[in-house]
Ligand binder design. Structure first.
Ligand code: UFG
Length: 318
């Protein structure tokens, strides 16, 4: 297939572009390099620098492609609450442009990077796709709205889609082919790595009084290369006639904040200084994916299930 990877120079997008290429697809990367980086591009791919808000440029780049993978979005939860306008324009208007451009250019299949944030604060810890959709931040709201737009475009314009609801994306390409470290990440593992590099003096653990075995929050950390392989399978299944779907992507295994710190200490052989800080607003105690639907519909299986092996891929790029 000829695939336009929108946001393909970014952290997850570059891993998706690599996985598509390795499966024999032809890739064009469309990225405005706002958080994506040129060093994440592969010479085999065509690169078009452009913005999804520029509808003409988007159509131009999309022409002749069968499919689109859409990963171009703002994704900082806190920022989305302070500046919802930015998220309305980039995430929602940008995605509408992509859908309209697909109708205009005849691209048929869309894989969209959605998020576990569409579930909000679920009252159970193992989350399947039937869990009520109830985002508690504006970022999650934008992802859910885009899923709804895609359902309408499927019904009205026959655009077939898979929305992949990522749990906590971590890690880097183990072959070292992707060299750009994610810029300014506010997530746990990149922050721990900044403590190790001396950029921060300590890790603040947000809350140690949660109803979990060690008192810290539990998340489902999924390796970025496993996310990437799911995109390839989703596109290929769509082309084989699979109906549009929303699918969770996670390992089904939880890791607490303390366990993550311990994993980094084990891999690096160094102590990570920590302090306990108050709970962060909006953090559920436990979020673990049931990804059975992705496993059975796509035949997908995460290769990384050991948190130390995941941390190793981060440690080697730092
Ligand atoms: N944490 C700390 N200290 C820090 C940073 C994080 O203790 O300095 C804790 C958080 O409180 C949380 C856990 O580490 O318990 C993970 O936090 P992240 O910020 O890395 O990730 P979140 O689970 O909050 O959210 C991430 C993405 C969201 C996505 C969600 C899906 O940032 O976009 O996963 O599960 F929606």
């Amino acid at each position: 297939m000829k695939v336009l990877v929108v946001g393909g120079a970014g952290y997850i997008g570059s891993h998706v572009a690599k996985a598509l290429m390795q499966s024999g697809h032809t890739v064009t990367v469309f990225d405005n390099l706002s958080s994506g980086q040129k060093i994440n591009l592969f010479s085999q791919n065509v690169f078009v620098e452009g913005n999804i808000l520029d509808y003409k440029a988007l159509c131009q780049a999309m022409k002749g492609h069968d499919a689109v993978v859409h990963l171009a979005a703002k994704k900082a939860v806190g920022e989305s609450m302070e500046n919802p306008m930015l998220y309305s324009v980039n995430n929602i208007s940008g995605s509408i442009n992509i859908l309209n451009a697909m109708v205009e250019t005849g691209a048929k299949y869309l894989v969209f990077s959605s998020s576990a944030a569409v579930y909000g604060m679920p009252d159970k810890s193992l989350i399947d796709e039937n869990t009520p959709l109830n985002p508690i931040n504006y970022y999650g709201f934008t992802k859910l709205e885009i899923e709804k737009f895609m359902q309408w475009y499927d019904q009205l314009k026959n655009i077939k889609f898979v929305a992949l609801r990522y749990f906590n994306a971590v890690g880097y390409d183990a072959d070292g082919d992707i060299r750009g470290k994610e810029i300014n990440s506010q997530n746990l593992l990149p922050i721990i790595m900044e403590v190790l590099s001396g950029k921060r003096s300590e890790l603040k653990i947000f809350g140690n009084d949660y109803p979990t075995p060690d008192g810290t929050c539990i998340r489902d950390y999924i390796h970025v290369s496993d996310l990437a392989s799911a995109h390839v399978l989703a596109l290929e299944k769509l082309a084989q006639g699979m109906a549009s779907q929303s699918l969770n992507l996670g390992t089904g295994k939880g890791t607490s904040v303390k366990e993550m710190v311990e994993a980094v200490e084990k891999v690096s052989g160094r102590k990570v200084p920590v302090v306990y800080a108050p709970r962060r607003a909006g953090d559920p105690a436990i979020l673990i994916a049931s990804a059975d639907k992705a496993r059975s519909l796509l035949g997908w299986k995460p290769a990384y299930t050991d948190i130390c092996k995941i941390v190793q891929t981060v440690y080697s790029i730092n």
